[in-house]
Write a protein that binds this ligand. Structure first.
Ligand code: ITT
Length: 209
């Protein structure tokens, strides 16, 4: 039996785009969510070698520091022809300045240098972790597959959204309203984005009435 999320919850991210999505995902459940930034929590070093390990590091650090349950996401874009890069280094490819135009240009450059044939397949992955101050944890994962398109399309979303065209759709994540990207369908069918898919599993286990 998974443990239920009750009372106040820290959203352990320092990424404004993610925070927005995580707040929107939690909103229907009436969770009293406060961000790591609002609490002035430090950003832990992401020393894990997997998405799940890094999500746990972030959730556990925030749960300990705030003495509250904490919810973290570790996510990234994995490009098949680049052996899964940037993967867990997705944020780091954008450098200290968080320059995602440069990170997207690097992906295109490396695909061309590798002589990779199109379509350029890729997936986004999101590992979600919830940690409680007593050490209990819950973990969930979601993924969405698609093609990469250049030049980048659309100015909505964040990070690598403008180059990611999810399978079966004509718009990149950068061209979608946030609700299209991560809405949780009321009829129980599968959500679109990696983060929303992971959240569906989390909600079923830890939030459902
Ligand atoms: P926190 O660790 O504070 O949560 P971060 O930006 O460092 O923020 P990650 O280490 O998980 O987060 O890095 C994931 C990067 O992958 C993130 O910075 C985005 O650029 C990219 N990414 C993840 N989900 C994405 C999405 O839905 N759309 C576009 N890019 C995404």
């Amino acid at each position: 039996m998974a443990r239920r999320i009750e009372g106040r919850l820290v959203i352990a991210t320092h990424n404004a785009g993610k925070l927005w999505e995580m707040r929107e995902l939690l909103a229907p459940y009436g969770v009293d969510a406060v961000s790591a930034g609002e609490l002035g929590l430090p950003e832990p070093e992401e020393t894990g070698t997997t998405f799940a390990a890094n999500a746990l590091i972030k959730a556990q650090a925030a749960a300990r520091a705030a003495n509250l349950p904490a919810f973290a996401d570790d996510s990234g874009l994995c490009v098949a022809a680049l052996g899964g890069a940037p993967g867990i280094y997705s944020a780091r490819w954008a450098g200290e300045q968080r320059d995602f135009a440069a990170a997207m240009a690097r992906i295109e450059r490396e695909l061309q240098a590798a002589g990779a044939r199109q379509p350029w397949r890729a997936y986004f992955i999101s590992a979600l972790a919830v940690a409680w101050p007593d050490g209990h944890t819950e973990e969930f994962e979601g993924r969405v597959d698609g093609d990469l398109v250049f030049p980048p399309r659309g100015a909505k979303g964040f990070g690598y959204d403008p180059i990611f065209l999810p399978d079966g759709l004509a718009k990149t994540f950068g061209e979608m309203m946030s609700v299209e990207k991560h809405a949780i369908p009321a009829d129980g069918s599968r959500a679109l984005s990696h983060r929303a898919r992971a959240f569906q599993a989390l909600a079923r286990a830890c939030l459902a009435p």
